[in-house]
Write a protein that binds this ligand. Sequence first.
Ligand code: ZN
Length: 131
Amino acid sequence: MQFQVETNKKMELVDITEQLKRILPPKGEGALMVFVLHTTAGVTINEGADPDVQEDILQHLERLARGKYLHREGNGPAHLQASLIGSSVLIPFKEKHLDLGTWQRVFFCEFDGPRTRTVQCQVLSGLTRDG
Ligand code: ZN
């Protein structure tokens, strides 16, 4: 299934953890694959408690991507940032609960906003001995 993320800034981390929890099946265990269908956005797992962590990540990615680009569209840095962050994460789940660490949250990463973005999710169910 898919859902939309509305971003409001050029660069932004949007916490999508709660949307992901709603996708989980009522019972069973497995892994949730989260995939971003864009070349200038990504998805990552990091600390959600202190918003300074998100700001630090964005500021350092912005600095890291400075320089000259051949790409004429003008969003070369956003393409680089998307590749550095990656376009998917895989999160284990069990009985309607994401197995994230205490401080972990899942963030959609916008690098060329504001835009309406699409996140695709797929539940990969584990096979148990009981079937
Ligand atoms: Zn481009």
